[in-house]
Every structure is written in C-alpha cells, then in structure tokens.
Design a protein around this ligand. Structure first.
Ligand SMILES: O=C[C@H](O)COP(=O)(O)O
Length: 311
C-alpha cells in the first residue's frame, strides 16, 4: 500500500481579515470548525491510502478535536489534528510538573489529543536563529558563526524531536535551505550547497531517534524557504526529485529506513501534478491554497490538490 501524507499547516491564519490576517470570521473557533466540516463534507475523511493532518494553532486544538469527533469514524478516518511544534523540554513524572509558561510541552499536546507534531518549520527555525542574531549581531557577516548557529538551531530542534517521540507522538520534521544558502551559480553548484545544508539538518535533527522507529512515524518535510508564500514559485520537478532522493538517501544512512518525504512551499492546484508525480515524493505540506487575489486556505482547493495527488 502506498500512503500519501498530506499536512495542512494553518500557521497563524486564525486572525480575521479585518485585523490583517486571513480568517474570514471574527471567531477563530467558527473558522476551524468550518474548515473541518467542509473537509468532511467533501469526503476527504473516507479516502483510502491517505493521511491528512491539520496542524493548528494551540488554542484551536480543542475545538478542532471536538468538531472532528462529531462525525462517525468512517467519515473522518484519515483526518487527524496535530500541533505546530513542541517545546524541547517536557513534563515527566518525578521531573518538571509543567513550569513552562508560554511554551508547549509534548505532554500538553498529547493530552489535548495530538498524535502528530510538526517540528522545525522554517518559521520556527528563523525564530531560533533570530535569538542567536540578537546575541551576535555580526552573525550574518561571518561564515563560521553562521555554521555554529546552524548547529545550535539543529541541536534545539533535535531536543524537540526527541521530546515528541518520547511522548509517543509522530513527527513531521521540516528541513530546507534559504535562498542565500542555495546561492547563485550553476544548478550543480546550487545542488551541492543545498545538499550540504540538508545533510547537516538531517544528521543533527535525527540524532538518537533510532530507538523510537518501531513505534512512531517520522515524515520529512522538504520546504525550500525561498518558495514559501505568495509570489514564490516552487522548484521544478527535477530539483524536487534531486532533493527528495537526497533526503531519502541521507536518512537511510542515519536510520537505515526508507522514510516518507513530502514537499511544501507554494504547492497549489496548478503545480500539484508536477510535484506529486515525482517518484520520491510521498505527499505535501500545504499552508495557503490560494496565493493571489483573496489569499488563504480553502478546503475545496485542498480537496482538488488531494485528488491530483491520488490520481
Ligand atoms: O507550512 C507550509 C509551508 O510553509 C508552505 O507554505 P505555503 O503553502 O503558504 O507556501
């Protein structure tokens, strides 16, 4: 059976359009309930060989879980609610009881019903790097400092990965290169630099996870950071094929398993066929489904993407 893994990252799309966000309602609860109701109505939950995980802002996890639970199991069988990351430390019996104000430990996510967590979305990586840059303002001018910062970020990412896995959660680990890291020059030069960046992120991010593989799933999300959001164009099929194959080979070296790799960044109805036809791509990571005009996430557009992936 070939499983297609589709993740929807609803970022912070719960803020209303009137206030500068993307939510068509003032009530974020109504919005998430509406998205799930429409997803179920479109028949997504009944599809075979498909796994759909909505990664929602923390405050919307409970209404999302409760909305899904209103439907019969066979109408929502392939849809799950997950979280957008977890904190690097966790609540444990005999250890910290929850003194983690403003952070979101894996135990909290699990208690709220999340069995999947995204880890290290590029926007999370950017935030971690921002803390380092606040401490070291010359970070972007010094190659050695940049390398050390990347190692530090990956070390924190690895702690999150382990916290989620130890909690019994499955993870979507995101990796990707910035435009600066990919650099200029010939396609081969760009691929070489990208390969080095991704190999480092995978090696450090997946450190010590081998013992969890028998019980939990790990999916790798490849998101070229230069292709995310409005006005950006995903790489062509050849580049995505090269990178996804590289990721599978690197993970094979680290963990000795064939791992699902999904693509995120500008994925939409128009390019879904090209991306889904790459043999080493096993799914997608979607945030916006509409990148021009009234931008946002629309369940009907997502269903079209699903149909293309499954065709
Ligand atoms: O989490 C999703 C990725 O950042 C892709 O976002 P996007 O679909 O809006 O380009």
């Amino acid at each position: 059976m070939v499983m297609t893994h589709l993740f929807v990252n609803l970022k912070r799309f719960e803020v209303s359009r009137a206030k500068g966000g993307l939510c068509p309602y003032e009530s974020p609860k109504l919005w998430i309930e509406g998205i799930l109701a429409e997803t179920v109505k479109l028949g997504v939950g009944t599809l075979d060989e498909l796994q759909v995980v909505y990664l929602v802002p923390e405050a919307l996890i409970i209404p999302a879980q409760e909305k899904l639970a209103e439907y019969d199991e066979d109408l929502r069988k392939c849809i799950q609610i997950g979280c957008q990351s977890v904190f690097r430390q966790n609540i444990v019996i005999g250890g910290n009881f929850g003194a983690f104000t403003s952070s979101f430990p894996a135990a909290s996510a699990y208690q709220l019903g999340c069995r999947w967590s995204m880890i290290a979305h590029s926007e999370e990586r950017r935030d971690k790097k921002g803390v380092i840059a606040a401490f070291e303002p010359d970070l972007d001018k010094n190659e050695n400092l940049k390398k050390r910062a990347a190692v530090a970020v990956d070390s924190l990412v690895n702690q999150e990965v382990l916290a989620a896995l130890e909690q019994g959660m499955n993870i979507l680990l995101c990796v990707g290169e910035t435009a600066e890291e990919r650099g200029n020059g010939s396609p081969d030069e760009q691929k070489k630099r990208t390969s080095e960046i991704l190999a480092g992120q995978l090696k450090r991010g997946l450190d010590q996870v081998r013992m969890h593989l028998s019980r939990q799933q790990i999916v790798i999300g490849y998101e070229p950071i230069w292709a995310i959001g409005p006005g950006k164009t995903p790489p062509d099929g050849e580049y995505i094929s090269f990178v996804s194959r590289l990721i599978k080979d690197e993970v094979q070296k680290i963990l000795d398993i064939d791992i699902p790799v999904i693509y995120g960044g500008g994925l939409n109805e128009k390019n879904a066929a090209t991306i889904s036809n790459v043999p080493s791509i096993d799914g997608g990571l979607v945030a916006l489904t509409r990148f021009t005009g009234e931008i946002g996430f629309f369940a009907a557009d997502f269903k079209t993407i699903i149909d293309i992936y499954l065709s």
